[in-house]
Design a binder for this molecule. Structure first.
Ligand code: ACO
Length: 326
């Protein structure tokens, strides 16, 4: 069995926050943010816009494009690092979609989550275990950003994006993948739990606490991204028996325009082939690749049969690349 990609969708909160507005919150400027990152605005969720709600909207669009009923979905993978429930959010999406026959669970791999999700879903489809899999990337990192920290708060935004993947007896459209982790650099990017000691009964001490805000060593993450990502994509290009000239579109995790430009340059992929919407959304973590893919498909940029190289990278540290035909 092979894999095809037959639908996509995306959703973002209504509220748009411009760089100038952030300059009222922290000591920054539109000039600094846009020149260092390419970001001009981001969407920020309010109390009526939930992770599950946005993810469900994006999934419904993907199902509609593919012409597949919710009842026919076998698997829902939600890539997220900002679950509304530590037990997982995917089952809420299953209920909201009415996908009563689907098994649903979360995949946590930060900004690599969508690529890891696609690769995971492909294993179930290729073995013939399942026919229809929804892979959703969704994150509301505005909830986990320290809005007093100008090093991080200007970077992130909220959103969700989805693809429907289907098993096929025909041509396998997932041409290759490479997924990697390096926990030795874990401290570069965290959303960590901080515990406090509590003595339950004499002699029994337990730990309880809360999640902290995102902390990041921006320079290290930047260095990591521009080294690891081109290397991973290059490996997948070779595995797929392609050359970089065969790539029609490069859709990278939308973290920073400078990272996207540097990766494209290293791979000798021309700037016109780089799909970017980081200016409008900021870094939406696991959602950024499917949001960018959805816009490119619906605008007619990406056509059926086009070859797309994609890569997610971020906390873990983790990174992954995949090449597929749309
Ligand atoms: N506004 C104004 N000045 C700022 C801001 C800001 N928002 N943020 C930092 N600065 C200041 C710094 O304090 C520093 O000042 P100093 O020289 O007086 O100390 C100066 O600007 C330069 O800071 P640098 O950190 O050197 O800036 P750099 O050019 O490295 O850009 C950035 C920072 C944009 C964060 C870059 O390092 C980057 O993009 N890193 C990758 C981050 C990333 O992609 N993270 C997401 C990973 S995805 C995930 O898994 C969640």
């Amino acid at each position: 069995m092979g894999v095809t990609f037959t639908g996509c969708g995306a959703a973002a909160p209504k509220t748009v926050v411009l760089n100038d507005a952030l300059a009222q919150v922290v000591d920054t400027s539109d000039e600094w943010i846009s020149s260092r990152t390419g970001i001009r605005q981001r969407h920020i969720s309010n109390d009526r816009e939930s992770l599950a709600g946005l993810a469900t909207q994006s999934a419904l669009q993907a199902l509609e494009m593919a012409g597949v009923a919710a009842a026919d979905v076998d698997l829902i993978l939600l890539a997220t690092s900002s679950s509304e429930d530590l037990f997982g959010t995917a089952c809420q999406i299953q209920a909201q979609l009415g996908a009563t026959n689907a098994v649903a669970f979360d995949v946590t791999a930060a900004c690599s989550g969508f690529v890891f999700g696609v690769v995971t879903a492909a294993q179930y489809l290729r073995t013939g275990a399942y026919q229809n899999a929804l892979v959703i990337g969704a994150d509301l990192l505005s909830r986990w950003v320290d809005w007093n920290d100008r090093n991080t708060c200007v970077l992130f935004g909220d959103g969700a994006g989805a693809v429907l993947m289907q098993a096929t007896a025909g041509e396998d459209r997932l041409l290759g993948f490479e997924i990697r982790s390096d926990g030795s650099q874990n401290c570069c990017l965290n959303l960590a739990f901080k515990s406090e000691l509590r003595e339950l009964v004499p002699g029994v001490t337990l730990t309880q606490g809360k999640y902290q805000y995102i902390t990041m060593n921006g320079k290290e993450v930047y260095r990591f991204a521009i080294n690891r990502v081109p290397d991973a994509i290059d490996k997948v290009i070779h595995k797929a028996n392609l050359t970089s000239a065969d790539i029609d579109w490069l859709i990278l995790h939308q973290a920073n325009q400078r990272i996207m430009d540097a990766v494209a340059q290293r791979l000798q992929i021309s700037a016109e082939k780089v799909i970017s919407n980081v200016a409008q959304y900021g870094n939406t973590s696991a959602a950024s690749i499917p949001i960018a893919l959805n816009e490119a498909v619906r605008s007619g940029k990406v056509q059926a049969g086009d070859t797309i190289a994609t890569s997610g990278f971020g906390a873990g540290l983790s990174w992954g690349a995949a090449i597929f035909n749309w």
